[in-house]
Design a protein around this ligand. Structure first.
Ligand code: SF4
Length: 287
């Protein structure tokens, strides 16, 4: 599988690495050099230098075809796309825009066709979303094909399936560009109340079977950290509210947020979902 992607992007050319936020801008003649070189040729010295400097990977002595996926230029010139795999979800959040959850999605031949069309339109950054994309029965296949076609894949998810062994194996071997998680509460009560799923918080923080598989492939053993660190991270964020108030342009202590939240540095109690619902219904405009 490729380690790098060389691709036209809008009016320039980029070298990117799945799972890394870094990118290198390629002069057009360097892109053309990669595009026309045989797969069996060795990675050129300049490419090995860039790869080492940017990502600390060693391409010396390796064949171009096994390290770099060179995307063709597209006549359409798109750069980004978002694909809603389905409109179903395993949560039932009160604020959800979906209404009736639709679990249906495209069948595999249609998805293959769609993903190729997205690739051919020039898309380099592809967002997979839903509904909840990771409960989709073809999520793994869809993710893998998007990755193999040379797109930098982002997943928008509620995180409930993120640490399932199958997901961990897939996402640690084929690294996503980014995972954006919805966080629905810092306690079991608030989280389960908002998502209207008893036990959802427990599954989110430490899902059953979340131990990472032993083999994470060649890209390192780090599993997603959020299921181990979430409570600490939430508390740290609350503490940082107080520090943020001292930055220019931020409201002074006691101003801006109801009750002067965060001004004393203590961890504040999480608001109960019934209280939030009460606030919402009492402030709802009446016609
Ligand atoms: S997790 Fe997102 S898609 Fe699912 S019910 Fe909640 S808001 Fe809707």
């Amino acid at each position: 599988m490729h380690e790098l992607i060389a691709a036209p992007y809008l009016d320039h050319h980029l070298l990117v690495r799945p799972g890394s936020p870094k990118a290198a801008r390629l002069p057009v003649h360097r892109y053309e050099e990669l595009h026309t070189a045989p797969d069996t040729s060795a990675a050129p010295a300049w490419l090995a230098d860039v790869a080492h400097q940017a990502w600390e990977i060693d391409l010396s002595g390796r064949r171009l075809g096994e390290t770099v996926l060179v995307r063709a230029r597209s006549p359409y010139g798109y750069g980004r796309a978002s694909y809603e795999l389905n409109l179903g979800c395993n949560y039932d959040c009160e604020h959800c825009y979906l209404g009736l959850k639709q679990f249906a999605g495209l069948c595999w031949p249609e998805r293959e066709h769609l993903l190729h069309a997205i690739r051919d339109s020039g898309v380099l950054w592809l967002q997979l979303t839903g509904g909840e994309p990771m409960i989709d029965k073809l999520f793994s296949e869809t993710y893998r094909l998007a990755y193999e076609l040379g797109m930098m894949v982002e997943i928008l998810t509620n995180g409930s399936r993120l640490a399932a062994p199958r997901s961990l194996t897939l996402l640690t071997r084929l690294r996503p560009n980014r995972i954006t998680l919805s966080l629905y509460g810092a306690t079991a009560e608030s989280y389960d109340g908002l998502t209207r799923r008893r036990g959802a918080y427990r599954m989110f923080v430490r899902p059953r079977g979340s131990d990472p598989p032993h083999d994470h492939g060649s890209r390192g053993p780090e599993p997603p950290r959020r299921h181990r660190r979430l409570p600490d991270a939430s508390h740290r964020w609350l503490h940082r509210l107080s520090a943020l108030r001292h930055l220019p342009g931020m409201p002074a202590a006691g101003q801006g947020l109801p009750g002067g939240e965060g001004t004393t540095g203590q961890v504040l109690p999480t608001r109960d979902h019934k209280e939030l619902n009460h606030d919402r219904s009492s402030s709802r405009p009446r016609f």
